[in-house]
Design a protein around this ligand. Structure first.
Ligand code: SF4
Length: 334
């Protein structure tokens, strides 16, 4: 699947992220938690790549590794810098600094993402100064902040206000504007609308799609709401217990679902009454602890189609149709 061609902005190879388990005094050492397990995928320039899965599946950890808020235990993250693929994990300090502004994140909680003691201008100005945006000219930086606020349909003079003076939707638009002012190529959107009312969610999603077209942005869109991810994404990766279990074009994932876990997730999407009933697949049991993952297929304790082989051998993510990858023994060739 890894293809370091020019059309790819990002190529993630065998990425693994582990966290040490907390240990109390005199307690036995516990195994580490593998939050992201040997994940590989690519993101094309200008596309939106969706990541879905239940809480704790590792999608946010994966997003944080990509923008290097977390240092992965293993793997490679290639980023296309003007036609040349560079591994973000092996850059020297100077290159690493240059790349940092090209990769931005919009967090789920706009309340926590802005310092309540800083005006919007102060919040924008600091990273701009650090990255030399506006060439050291304060008036130029102000102009760029005003432009960025206007892009997200906010008035330029809002830059003199404090975060508490805005609604949740406005704050999230401010966070998008703050990411945009650094002129990024890739934005990781980590559940950007899940803290907002439904009507506000639609406005923000439409705004993000408009900005993507106008500015040629690439998004990694993380969410647990499959209808939101479908609306936003060109391709979607489904994660379960730190593993990528299915990856396909958004429409193919919904119309030709392969993995039993994806089937269960899709069956949980509410449908309007006039579209008739559909059978919901209720998954048995809880998600296993990533500290003690099951043998074989990580989904086998909850899978209604589990076979003997599933308990012993972990299925690999393989391409089973054009651009449609799945990790499931149901699709093993004889
Ligand atoms: Fe279910 Fe087996 Fe497929 Fe895992 S490999 S999803 S247990 S059928």
């Amino acid at each position: 699947m890894q293809n370091k061609t020019e059309e790819n902005l990002l190529v993630v190879e065998n990425l693994t992220m582990e966290f040490a388990s907390p240990r109390r005094f005199l307690e036995k050492q516990k195994p580490s938690v593998r939050a992201v397990n040997d994940i590989s995928f690519t993101v094309k320039e200008g596309e939106t790549f969706g990541l879905v899965g239940e809480s704790g599946c590792g999608k946010t950890t994966l997003g944080k590794c990509i923008i290097r808020l977390l240092k992965p235990a293993n793997g490679k993250i290639f980023f296309n810098a003007d036609g040349e693929m560079k591994d973000l994990l092996t850059l020297d300090h100077e290159d690493s600094f240059k790349f940092r502004k090209k990769l931005q994140i919009v967090f789920q909680d706009p309340y926590a993402a802005l310092n309540p003691q800083h005006t919007i201008m102060e919040a924008f100005d600091e990273p701009m100064r650090i990255h030399g945006i506006g060439g050291g000219d304060k008036e130029k930086r102000k102009e760029l902040i005003a432009m960025s606020l206007e892009r997200v349909n906010l008035q330029p003079d809002y830059m003199y206000r404090y975060p508490h003076e805005f609604s949740g939707g406005q704050r999230q638009r401010i966070c998008v504007a703050k990411a945009l002012v650094l002129e990024p190529k890739l934005i990781v959107c980590d559940e950007p609308v899940s803290a907002l009312d439904v009507s506000i969610q639609a406005q923000l999603l439409n705004l993000m799609r408009k900005l993507q077209k106008e500015l040629g942005l690439t998004f990694i869109f993380i969410a647990h709401d499959l209808s939101v991810v479908h609306y936003m994404s060109d391709r979607i990766g489904v994660m379960y217990l730190g593993n990528m279990v299915e990856l396909a074009e958004a429409d193919a994932l919904y119309s030709h679902t392969m993995h039993p876990y994806t089937e269960a997730l899709l069956s949980a999407i509410p449908v309007p009454v006039y579209q008739g009933k559909h059978d919901r697949i209720i998954l048995e049991g809880d998600v296993p602890s990533p500290m003690y993952p099951p043998s074989g297929c990580p989904f086998h304790p909850r899978c209604s189609r589990c076979m003997a082989v599933c308990k012993q051998s972990k299925p690999r993510l393989e391409e089973k149709a054009n651009g449609h990858f799945v990790a499931c023994h149901l699709f093993d060739e004889e």
